[in-house]
Design a protein around this ligand. Structure first.
Ligand code: AHG
Ligand code: MN
Ligand code: MN
Ligand code: MN
Length: 331
C-alpha cells in the first residue's frame, strides 16, 4: 500500500530541482479534504445543512457547507505558507495572504470548495475542485488578479476530491492522473488507481435534459444521436446525471462518457466557472486521454478576462466530445 504522501514524495524525486513546495501545498489540500470529509460525513448530526441565507457574487445561494468548506480549505492553505493567495467560487475577490512567507510563495490556488451544493442536504456525492498555478508577478510582493487570470494550460497541478460512497482524491501534475481512496480508520489516502485513463469508448452521457428547450441546436441533435438505436456504436447510450460535476466526471472517467453543460438561451456562457471548474477538470481529462472544449475550442487555451467567468463545457471520452463538437459545427 502506498499513501498519497509517499507517492508525492516519490514523484518529486523524478524532478531533481523540485524544492518540495508543491509537495507541501498538496499536503495542505489533503488536510483540507480530510477536514471536509469528516464534517460532510456527520452533516446530518450537526447544524451544517441548509442554506446560509446569503448569496455569492454569482447570485447563487450559499449553503452552510459551501462557506464551511471554503473557510477550512482557505485556512489549510494559508497555514502552510506555500500559497501567495487564493481565488474561490465563494469569494467575491481574490484573497491575498499576508506576511513575508506568503509574499515569497510562488503558487496561487483557485478552488471550488464544495461542488454540487444542491446535493448536500440529500446525501448525494459532492466534491472539492482545485487548480494550482505559478504566480506571474515577481516574488516578494502581494499577488494580483493577473496571477489568477492565466489560461488553463499553464496549470501546474489540478485535482478534485469526491465525497462519495468512499472519499477519493484524484490529481495530476501533468504526468498522468492518479487516484487515492481515503481510509478513514487510518486517516490516510491510499493509492488505488495509478495512471487513470478514459476507456477508449464510452456509453454514458450526462446533461441536465430539463433544459433541453433552451439548448443550442447542435446539443439537441447530439442528444438525439445518443438516443438512436445503432448496434455498431452501442447506441442508445445511457444517461446519467448526478448534478455534481465532480461525481459526474469521476464516473465518466472510470466508465467512459461525456459531460455537457452547454450555453442556454438564458445563460450564453453556460453555468460552470472556467477557473474553478472547467480548467482543472479539463487538465485532468486531457491527462487521462480525454478531451475538453467549449463545444468548439480547447478549454485550456481560453484566456480568462474575469475571475468568475463561465464557459460552456463539453468533457469526457475523446471520441464522444469530438462527435458532440461535430454536431455543434454542423447545426
Ligand atoms: P456548485 O455546487 O459548485 O455551485 O456547482 C454546481 C454545478 C455543478 O457541480 C453541476 O454539475 C451543475 O452545477 C448542476 O447544474 P444544474 O443543477 O443546472 O444541472
Ligand atoms: Mn455554487
Ligand atoms: Mn461547482
Ligand atoms: Mn461550489
Amino acid at each position: 500500500m502506498k499513501t498519497l504522501g509517499e507517492f508525492i514524495v516519490d514523484k518529486q524525486q523524478d524532478f531533481p530541482h523540485a524544492t518540495g513546495e508543491l509537495t507541501a501545498l498538496l499536503s495542505a489540500i489533503k488536510l483540507g479534504a480530510k477536514i471536509i470529509h469528516r464534517d460532510i460525513n456527520k452533516a446530518g448530526l450537526v447544524d451544517i445543512l441548509g442554506t446560509s441565507g446569503v448569496s455569492n457574487v454569482q447570485g447563487e445561494v450559499q449553503m452552510k457547507l459551501d462557506l464551511y468548506a471554503n473557510e477550512k480549505l482557505k485556512a489549510a492553505l494559508k497555514a502552510r505558507g506555500e500559497v501567495a493567495g487564493i481565488a474561490s467560487e465563494e469569494e467575491d475577490e481574490i484573497v491575498i495572504f499576508e506576511g513575508d512567507r506568503a509574499e515569497n510563495a510562488k503558487y496561487v490556488v483557485l478552488m471550488d470548495p464544495l461542488d454540487g451544493s444542491s446535493n448536500i442536504d440529500v446525501n448525494v456525492s459532492v466534491g472539492t475542485i482545485f487548480s494550482i498555478y505559478h504566480r506571474i508577478t515577481p516574488i516578494g510582493q502581494p499577488v494580483t488578479e493577473a496571477d489568477f487570470l492565466q489560461p488553463g494550460h499553464r496549470q501546474v497541478a489540478a485535482g478534485y476530491v469526491v465525497y462519495g460512497s468512499s472519499t477519493m482524491l484524484v490529481y495530476t501534475t501533468g504526468c498522468g492522473v492518479h487516484a487515492f481512496t481515503y481510509d478513514p480508520s487510518l486517516g490516510v489516502f491510499c493509492l488505488s488507481h495509478e495512471k487513470v485513463m478514459f476507456p477508449a469508448e464510452g456509453k454514458m452521457y450526462s446533461i441536465n435534459e430539463g433544459n433541453y428547450i433552451k439548448f443550442p441546436m447542435g446539443v439537441k441533435k447530439y442528444i438525439k444521436y445518443c438516443q438512436e438505436q445503432d448496434e455498431a456504436t452501442g447506441r442508445p447510450y445511457t444517461t446519467r446525471y448526478i448534478g455534481s460535476l465532480v461525481a459526474d466526471f469521476h464516473r465518466n472517467l472510470l466508465k467512459g462518457g461525456i459531460y455537457i453543460y452547454p450555453s442556454t438561451a438564458s445563460h450564453p456562457n453556460g453555468k460552470l466557472r472556467l477557473l474553478y471548474e472547467c480548467n482543472p477538470i479539463a487538465f485532468l481529462a486531457e491527462q487521462a486521454g480525454g478531451k475538453a472544449s467549449n463545444g468548439r475550442d480547447r478549454i485550456l487555451d481560453i484566456i480568462p478576462s474575469e475571475l468568475h467567468q463561465r464557459a460552456p463545457f463539453f468533457v469526457g471520452t475523446e471520441s464522444m466530445v469530438e462527435k458532440a463538437e461535430s454536431f455543434m459545427r454542423e447545426f
